[in-house]
Ligand binder design. Sequence first.
Ligand SMILES: Cc1cc2nc3c(=O)[nH]c(=O)nc-3n(C[C@H](O)[C@H](O)[C@H](O)COP(=O)(O)OP(=O)(O)OC[C@H]3O[C@@H](n4cnc5c(N)ncnc54)[C@H](O)[C@@H]3O)c2cc1C
Length: 643
Amino acid sequence: MSTTDARRQDAVRPDTEVIRSVLDGRWAESRRAIRALADDPLFHPVSGLSVEAYRDRVWHQMTTLAADGRIRVGFPAAHGGADDVGSWITMFETLAHADLSLLVKAGVQWGLFGSAVLHLGTRHHHERYLDDIITLRLPGCFAMTETGHGSDVQALRTTAVHDPATDEFVVHTPDADARKDYIGNAARDGRSAVVFAQLTTADEEHGVHAFLVPIRADDGSPLAGVTIGDCGDKAGLRGVDNGRLGFDRVRVARENLLDRYAQVAADGSYTSPIANPNRRFFTMLGTLVQGRVSVAGASGSATKSALTIAVRYAERRRQFTVPGTDDEVAVLDYRAHQRRLLPALATTYAMHFAQSQLVEELRSVLGGDDTHAQRELESRAAGLKAVATAHATTTIQECREACGGAGYLSENRLPQLKADTDVFTTFEGDNTVLLQLVAKELLTGYREQFGNLDFSGTVRFVSEQVVETVVERTAGRSLIQRLVDAVPGRDEDADLRDRGYQLKLFESREKHLLDGAARRLRRASGATGTAAFDAFNEVQDHLLTAARAHVDRVVLEAFVAAIDTCADTAATALLDRVCDLYALSTIEAHRGWYLEHDRLSPARSKAVTATVNELCAELRPHARQLVDAFAVPDAFLGAAILD
Ligand SMILES: Cc1cc2nc3c(=O)[nH]c(=O)nc-3n(C[C@H](O)[C@H](O)[C@H](O)COP(=O)(O)OP(=O)(O)OC[C@H]3O[C@@H](n4cnc5c(N)ncnc54)[C@H](O)[C@@H]3O)c2cc1C
């Protein structure tokens, strides 16, 4: 019997419910509460609606969600909530199996607008606005991006000048480049907006701050001085009313400054508990980190929906016969098809566990005063958001193609999943920018404020260091260390399926890439201004690769730690194989690097490919079970090919 046959044979089928409960984790009840929405046809995905009809439908869904109160859970107990951000993010993540326009509209209202008031405002803002935000009596926007500046939010140009004569702020859009753009909820439904603007008091500039600015009257007409435009039809998320906002010297009361991090007195005097304007600004943004965590989770759910459709279809779709028989072959039995879907499925499992770990971390860090932990959290959220959304984009496309022509029909959902998730790589932080920030944090050991893309400080810091970078373990520290320590001295002797060996390969790649980037930056020792920028720019691609390698390692560690918590032997054995496939297909994707850096011999590199093939064959009989464990309700999948 070949090794493969033996491995296939010993694969005892675990109970799908057991795998589901490992996946559902701590907030299983929140997941179930959202899955239950699938019983109501209002929440089923639809296609072919006009933009206006789609917006109406999403608004109706929003009011229904608001009325039943389940979204309160993430808000403070004083406002009928449960102060449970973990539950809220898990609900949001699960809602991404339903219509993604609803998800994004809910994200704007409660996740962005509501969170900004909650985290940047103080008690009087909470008392005055939170209930109305939760119940949707006050639909609102999060107006940060401008036509001229998206990624570089410190350079926003909307102004808010304090006028001591009337004790008001005058909010103004100086030119077309400074108008707020792409803003969710702005084109049709928003009544108010959290507007990010450069604050000036007593002729002194204080940088970007957030202000509550009413934009529409009760009858829906724009308020005096507010210009509202509609971004019109989009590639996806067609049920969300993205729009543009301009302000012509609009006056708001001094109380409309969200003043948790900075206060302005009636005479215009300015105070802040954080003296450094950069630090203040990025601290403010840091409190909104849950937006990124939510988008990472939502992209994971959309990926699971696509894989569920593609795997189930591939089991029933038959093409060509086995020679000499009349038996048509299910497309999932083709190795090429397994290769397209199963490594992506394994990666989706891995990212699921990394996401769960991130939500746990968010829950324990948010609101605390451990700045190192807060920066690590922001960095991890940025990294996972970038990698999870990129994975969603490539996997959903692969699923579309894996379903052939059927995958192109709207009635099979994949086109909408593709179009709706496409922009996840851009909003809540452009992925390329986010990965640079992650690399910067790794190089400076989380010393600098997260979010600041000025690299002069990094070049200076790195060039002053003589020590090598340290790879900090994230999940299951002692378990991971034990596994790595147990690897035989000679790599060539290690089994490719040895978890410690896989971890070692991931870790050594990350460390080498970071050390290499640091060495290159060190050559620019003493550089400032343009020279520092040039030095950084020279290594930009290197930094992105290092950040990506870091996230890959964090994801693998999270998967390993999650398997360790599973008490069921059969489920553990299956998850172990899925983890092998994630680890080895990732190593295979980078085998050029491993060969170039002498971490894999050519023979071993070929063995990696052979083992990935072997794992695909072993997991083929479990593919259906693995997607069923995602527990995406059929009504949310909305794919006619599965009927
Ligand atoms: C559907 C949708 C909904 C949105 N909703 C909202 C909302 O509700 N509120 C809100 O405030 N904003 C919203 N946005 C805006 C969104 O957050 C921005 O589009 C995003 O931050 C990117 O900014 P940008 O479009 O200006 O791109 P840019 O920053 O101009 O980036 C353009 C390209 O340049 C690259 N780039 C930029 N800087 C660098 C660098 N330093 N190094 C290397 N490459 C770089 C990027 O990778 C990108 O590929 C939304 C956008 C969309 C499309």
